[in-house]
Design a protein around this ligand. Structure first.
Ligand SMILES: Cc1ncc(COP(=O)(O)O)c(C=O)c1O
Length: 343
């Protein structure tokens, strides 16, 4: 067991024992190796550096109540990275190779997984980049796929804390027919400026509207938008330019399981007035309640300012219970990492 103060962990990079790295050349993926050094050499003319052929993912492994280690919905992240790869002309990482890579790197870093009960987890960050030399604009001739892992802490100790969000009409994140629906690195560069401005102005997150008309809600910079209407309906925007969040898919399924109506459809910004609860959902926190949304002079109150609304809280608790093996995994979402805990 590593000598880490698990209670003090935040969401910050930390060196672990190793990462795993594979190379694709001439149509074939290599065998993959574990590397202890977190540094890697790269050609100065690599395609990812000049033309943005870079995609990443974010998922988590949990130390469960029974001692086992489980990854939450890895096949969905694998599928999403494949979709990203196709969109920016990179080779897909086959599912079997990807799952093997996840198992290998997690087994090798087992003592960095926060113990059950600390509220922490092992954050998994896969990266796929065009690492081959390419100076004319074209897909790179060589690719690198790697997975790094980082122990992270409970985001909200002592309960979910609501945050304030802001809409800046002068900044868009993704074009209607662009790459907003896939996880390319450039999407994050596109939102950095507004994100820094939001932080300076005292907002935790910025909310994007559709780039064409600025009438419909899209998503937050790193999380999907979820609203619970005053009638108790789960509403989330459907749009080609938002990232299909795996957490959102999970919450939608659990809401249906609870007997709630779920609507994934275009959502007008003006509808937010009719929402009893709003949340930002994603792997990092599951769901962060949003209690206020500011757009210019307009301020919309969207839920309690001192805690989480009851529906989002219930959904959050259900996801956490499945992730830590405290509730049955009725939908078969968790992947058991092979190890001495796997009977
Ligand atoms: C733009 C964006 N939307 C939504 C999400 C949430 O997705 P997930 O629930 O798969 O983490 C993320 C985080 O990956 C993101 O970067």
């Amino acid at each position: 067991m590593q000598n880490i103060d698990w209670d003090k962990l935040g969401f910050k990079y930390m060196d672990t024992r190793c990462h795993i790295r594979y190379t694709w050349r001439a149509g074939v993926w290599g065998k993959g190796e574990l590397y202890e050094s977190p540094e890697m050499g790269i050609h100065i003319a690599a395609g990812c550096l000049h033309y943005g052929q870079a995609a990443f993912e974010g998922l988590k492994a949990f130390r469960c109540r029974d001692g086992s280690v489980r990854i939450f919905r890895p096949q969905d992240n694998i599928g999403r990275m494949a979709m990203t790869a196709r969109r920016i002309c990179m080779p897909e990482v086959p599912e079997a190779l990807y799952l093997e890579a996840l198992d290998r790197v997690i087994q090798a870093n087992e003592d960095y997984i926060p113990p059950y009960g600390t509220g922490g987890s092992l954050y998994i960050r896969p990266l796929l980049i065009g690492s081959g030399l390419q100076i004319g604009i074209a897909p790179s001739p060589e690719y690198t796929f790697l997975i790094m892992v980082i122990p992270v802490g409970a985001y909200y100790k002592g309960g979910l804390k609501p945050v304030r969000a802001v809409v800046y009409d002068e900044y868009d994140r993704a074009a209607p027919q662009g790459v907003g629906h896939v996880k390319v690195a450039g999407n994050y560069a596109a939102s950095l400026y507004a994100h820094e401005k939001a932080k300076r102005e005292g907002f935790e997150v910025e909310l994007y509207l559709d780039a064409k008309e600025h009438r419909y809600v899209e998503e937050f910079a790193t999380s999907n938008f979820v609203g619970i209407t005053k009638q108790g309906v789960y509403v989330t925007p459907a749009s080609h330019s938002i990232l299909p969040s795996i957490t959102n898919l999970t919450l939608m399924q659990l809401a249906r399981d609870m007997g709630m109506e779920v609507e994934a459809r275009p959502v007008l910004f003006d509808e937010i007035e009719n929402m009893a609860e709003v949340g930002a959902c994603g792997t990092a926190v599951v769901v962060t309640p949003v209690h206020e949304i500011v757009r210019g002079e307009r301020v919309i109150t969207t839920g309690p300012s001192d805690g989480c609304g009851p529906v989002l809280q219930k959904l959050y608790d259900r996801v956490r219970a499945i992730q830590y093996g405290e509730a049955p995994d009725a939908h078969g979402w968790c992947h058991l990492v092979p190890g001495q805990w796997a009977h």
